[in-house]
Write a protein that binds this ligand. Sequence first.
Ligand code: NAP
Length: 491
Amino acid sequence: MMTTNIASDERRVVDSVPHQLLIGGEWRDGEHGLLTVEDPATGEPLAEIADASPADAVAGLDAAVAAGPAWAATAPRERAEILRRAFDTVIERTDDLALLMTLEMGKPLAESRAEIVYAAEFLRWFSEEAVRIEGRYTVSPTGSGRLMTMRQPVGPSLLITPWNFPLAMATRKVGPALAAGCTVVVKPAQQTPLCTLAFAAILQECGLPDGVVNVITSSQAGPTTEPLLADQRLRKLSFTGSTGIGRLLMSQASETLLRLSMELGGNAPFLVFEDADLDAAVEGAVLAKMRNGGEACTAANRFHVHEAVAAEFSARLAGRLGGMKVGRGTEPGVELGPLVDAKQRDKVAELVGDALDRGAKPLTGGRRIDGPGYFFEPTVLGEVPEGTRLLTEEVFGPVAPVVSFSSEDEAIRAANATEYGLAAYLFTANLKRAIRVAEALETGMVGLNQGIVSNAAAPFGGVKQSGFGREGGREGIAEYLETKYLAINLD
Ligand code: NAP
């Protein structure tokens, strides 16, 4: 085990997680040696874990293929109970899992705890869905036959997840896949693989048969997963990550006609109308912007506020963000942790620099914070001019640009002026306006008078360049089910 200067409880939690690949129920070393996971609050190494080769990834698929028929034939109730036990175990271990998450990803402990609960909910929800996979039985229009429709697992699936929600992105895919009867290979992000490894170990403890879930960690995502995408035994790819990598994977997947779910980037508008409850709008804005330090695909990227209330809203938001305590997520009272790495922090700094150069008014923050770790001040920028990169690019950081509008049509046009279409937020006290604007927004999700949309019981996903497919809700399991129709001759 490597030794770094971290507190003993932190060391215990990191060391309790397997550091190897999980293939066919066995924990094994990777052919490419080790990859280092670091603590973004200090830049110090946290753990060294197995680095998989392409051959290791293929071994993961071999195991998933071998385990497939027995898992598909396992009684839905049994699949459900394994998921339900996993839900209970994740909840029981909230403290340790939250600490692990904060160490590898940086978010404050309170936010990690909230993610553990959110992540576990997918296990509970899909344990309930496993026993409700329905088909149809109809009389054919001629009356002479019967049409029976059944839904069967799509088969071995590759699940690729990002670093920003290290556990929830895994449970949101693994939960429905297992409920549907699919076996999987999971490839977590290299910055945050420890939560997925801990989750895989929990599934084993809860009685999951060998080979149903295989985990591949790698420092070279592309070359490692490419042979799986080219392998016709793989039947499904569910990807959460950036739009650019999503496009690349989609083109690779065209060779094998893989079924795809693509949860990609976002650029959520946050609309505040003149009739909104401003207290609620400011609180909603803090949540929509600062949850996960702004490193969320659903994060409010830009604030469009009616000109009558724009100055007051901006000042109040700046007051709230400016008062936030920034620091290592393990410290008491910290509300904003570091960004995940230097690249992400530098990108945020570059986007803020562009806005300031174009004349945006800094109302609070605006600078990177020196020292170890990758910190950036909570930032509010007022009067952000059109053409500013912050308004069109995904920020993924604690920066809130505010622009004003004067009419509902202008607000809708501005909100939709993006290639993305994941989430939008809308604050108004006028019900007719709320329905009108929600229907006009080109996004997969809309938060009405609330700054958070994620919910295991609801379909999460986007339109336009934010991708397609839905996770959670009744829709989530459908992504892992194929429809078969049986024609019954009664003549
Ligand atoms: P990313 O760079 O696209 O990486 C996502 C995952 O893909 C990681 O596991 C990464 O592995 C892997 N990957 C990278 N290149 C690959 C390749 N050529 N072939 C196969 N896999 C590859 O995205 P990120 O920076 O981690 O995550 C942030 C993005 O995710 C943002 O755009 C955010 O909006 C989006 N996101 C979307 C949702 C949603 O539900 N719509 C939810 C959360 C995040 P490595 O770690 O090894 O690079």
